[in-house]
Design a protein around this ligand. Structure first.
Ligand code: TGC
Ligand code: FAD
Length: 387
């Protein structure tokens, strides 16, 4: 149930008419089409691909990019959409973030005109699905130590290496592959049907089960120079894509927390114990007050990011603070909500344990809680803990 009262400071009243329309459209889609099927997909370990055409039709893929048949929506609209998607499941928001922020954005920002014209319209329409390969089996938080290599051979590049924990690897048509070269870090658009490219789904995940996560191997994969992103010239290029996606997560985590809070609030009001509703006990009222306060604080941080984004003054470290704070807040809300539902809290019939489990991945991916803490530490002290 979503009755609006979770938006305690009425922050959505600042949304433009277009942004409100976008929010309402996505909210309806999540409530009517996604939530009824997500538990089954979570249990089966699958993403509801049959909903993909509707996600594309709503214009959500690369929605904050301008031109090339992308929707050209505001950063705020993108954030609010991420919040509404993740109210359904982190896997749904992941799907949209990976396609838009991690696969379309690098082409949009670092690609040639030919690459943009070839790929972006087809990715916005959902014809082409992408995945983003930065993490390796032995190099996660420190992608600058990656061992995947690309070597020039005439007009081509030969790629060798492995990428692991990659959202949509196994179902993607193209991979954005980050590799080290004699000239520094470079990005490549690699069709997944290239000879020597092999992808597998990672089985037995206990988190983000309604999202495909995989690994891929590059064994002498040959790509022409025309598939290299010409403007990506350092590790800063993939990291800038992460800033885009982390912005969406700052909003998305608020959505997951809202779903858990609303489930706990409704349950506590409806369920009697000791002859009166659970919600009438002072202990539980304070828990609900703490949860709503956490959500409101997270929402305010996300909203402020939009203002900084709009003013062109948003720095990666601003995003680090909001991503770190909001995911931790959402985990705390989800765990409290889980306990407030008693035994029902561990059932897939309620959304809270699914969200709590998902949020463990969200805490880790796109920069772990510790890494974002150290990014903030560097900003505060002027001393990098990494070098
Ligand atoms: P450092 O020396 O700090 O920086 C190197 C260059 O990069 C620039 N830079 C950034 N630029 C834009 N946005 C950012 N967030 C940036 N962070 C750094 C920086 O200005 C510098 O540029 P220049 O021109 O001076 O050279 O780099 P470092 O090696 O010390 O590492 C910094 C660190 C640890 C913060 C970075 O490596 C990091 O962020 N690590 C975490 C790795 C990570 O987040 N991986 C995510 C993989 S993708 C994923 O998880 C997708 S999940 C998708 C889903 O399903 O939703
Ligand atoms: P490690 O870097 O080995 O870290 C292990 C622990 O050590 C963490 O707690 C970390 O915070 C801590 N640690 C590391 N360095 C330090 C330090 N200097 N000081 C203190 N503590 C430290 N990657 C992609 O490229 N593309 C994707 O699409 C993608 N999707 C993902 C989907 C899922 C479901 C998951 C779980 C991960 C995904 N990832 C993806 C990978 C993700 O970005 C990495 O897992 C993450 O960056 C952390 O790397 P790691 O798992 O190797 O952990």
């Amino acid at each position: 149930m979503s009755d609006g009262s979770t938006d305690f400071y009425d922050l959505d009243s600042r949304l433009s008419e277009d942004e409100q329309l976008m929010r309402d459209t996505v909210r309806r889609f999540v409530d009517d089409k996604f939530i009824p099927v997500v538990a089954d997909h979570f249990e089966a370990g699958t993403f509801p691909m049959d909903l993909f055409p509707q996600i594309a039709e709503m214009g959500l893929l690369g929605m904050h990019l301008h031109g090339y048949e992308c929707a050209g929506a505001s950063a705020t609209a993108y954030g609010v959409v991420c919040r509404e998607l993740e109210r359904g499941d982190s896997g749904l928001r992941s799907f949209v973030s990976v396609q838009g922020s991690l696969c379309m954005f690098p082409i949009w920002k670092y690609g040639s005109e030919e690459q943009k014209n070839e790929w972006l319209p087809r990715m916005a329409s959902g014809e082409v699905i992408g995945c983003f390969g930065l993490t390796e089996p032995d190099h996660g938080s420190d992608p600058g130590s990656m061992i995947t290599r690309a070597v020039r051979r005439g007009d081509d590049w030969v790629l060798n290496g492995a990428k692991r924990w990659i959202t949509n690897a196994g179902i993607a048509d193209i991979a954005i592959v980050w590799a080290n070269t004699d000239e520094g870090f470079r990005g490549f658009i690699v069709p997944t049907d290239s000879e020597g490219f092999e992808a597998h789904k990672i089985q037995n995940k206990l988190s983000l089960r309604a999202s495909v996560t995989g690994e891929f191997y590059l064994d002498d994969v040959v790509v022409p120079e025309s598939m290299r992103l010409p403007k990506a010239a350092s590790i800063g290029a993939p990291l800038s894509c992460l800033t885009e996606a982390r912005f969406g997560i700052a909003f998305g985590a608020v959505g997951a927390a809202i779903a858990c809070y609303e489930a706990a609030r409704d349950y506590q009001i409806e369920r009697p114990q000791f002859g009166k509703p659970l919600a009438s006990f002072q202990l539980n009222q304070v828990k609900l007050a703490d949860m709503l306060t956490g959500i409101t604080n997270g929402h305010l941080q996300a909203q402020r990011l939009c203002e900084l984004h709009g003013a062109g003054t948003m720095k990666p470290v601003h995003v680090s603070m909001a991503k770190r704070h909001n995911v931790r807040m959402a985990i705390d809300v989800a765990r409290t909500a889980r306990a407030m539902l008693g035994a029902n809290g561990i059932s897939l019939e309620y959304p809270v344990m699914r969200h709590a489990n998902n949020l463990e991945s969200v805490l880790t991916y796109e920069g772990t809680e510790e890494i974002h803490g150290l990014v903030l530490g560097k900003e505060i002290t002027g001393i990098s803990a990494f070098s």
